[in-house]
Design a protein around this ligand. Structure first.
Ligand SMILES: [Zn+2]
Length: 190
């Protein structure tokens, strides 16, 4: 899901740039560049996305845990909580997707400041709709174990991804280059 949205975002941006370029009005490139820059400048405030949770509710090695099934590495953190605990939006933003898919189960994707995508998965119930604006702390649903978490302890899977590569995040871990696109939630939540 995440990579799909990241890809769509990059495609949309690239076609916009190409379009402007081909129309020969290159000065107009300032428009998308300004919009992206402004988005990057929006300050980001964040909260732990499960009501009442503390950093003790996830393992600090949760991010990039390996081996991790088909995903190879775990691109986010798993915050454990009782079933039905409210899942909160970690940042303010716009819900860009809310629904069910096989892997994530009931899941929500919020686009927040700095063009980052916040992915919330395995929810029990969903309380967010596509294009809904959300504040930091808005309820998106409740903690569950839907999708490929079925039968496992209830938890929220949370991923932050960015379509703008953070080159300085690349390291020599397994799939380390993908760290340019999947940020470490602990850096923002601890
Ligand atoms: Zn997970």
């Amino acid at each position: 899901m995440i990579t799909y949205h990241t890809r769509q975002f990059i495609k949309l941006f690239a076609s916009l740039i190409q379009d402007i370029y081909h129309r020969g009005k290159r000065w107009q490139l300032i428009i998308p560049i300004t919009v992206v820059t402004l988005g990057l400048l929006i300050p980001q405030q964040m909260t732990i996305p499960v009501r009442g949770a503390t950093p003790e509710d996830w393992n600090e090695n949760s991010y990039w845990a390996y081996p991790w099934g088909k995903s190879i590495t775990h691109k986010g953190i798993d915050i454990f909580a009782d079933r039905g605990t409210p899942v909160l939006s970690a940042s303010y933003g716009l819900v860009v997707w809310s629904g069910y898919q096989n892997v994530g189960g009931n899941a929500v994707i919020v686009m927040g400041p700095k063009w980052r995508f916040h992915y919330y998965a395995h929810l029990d119930s969903l309380d967010a709709f596509t294009l809904q604006p959300v504040a930091m702390g808005s309820v998106l649903g409740t903690v569950g174990n839907t999708g490929n978490a079925a039968g496992k302890p209830y938890h929220l899977h949370y991923t932050i991804s960015t379509p703008l590569p953070h080159f300085w995040r690349w390291d020599d871990a397994i799939q380390g280059w993908q760290k340019m696109f999947y940020l470490r939630p602990d850096d923002y939540l601890r």
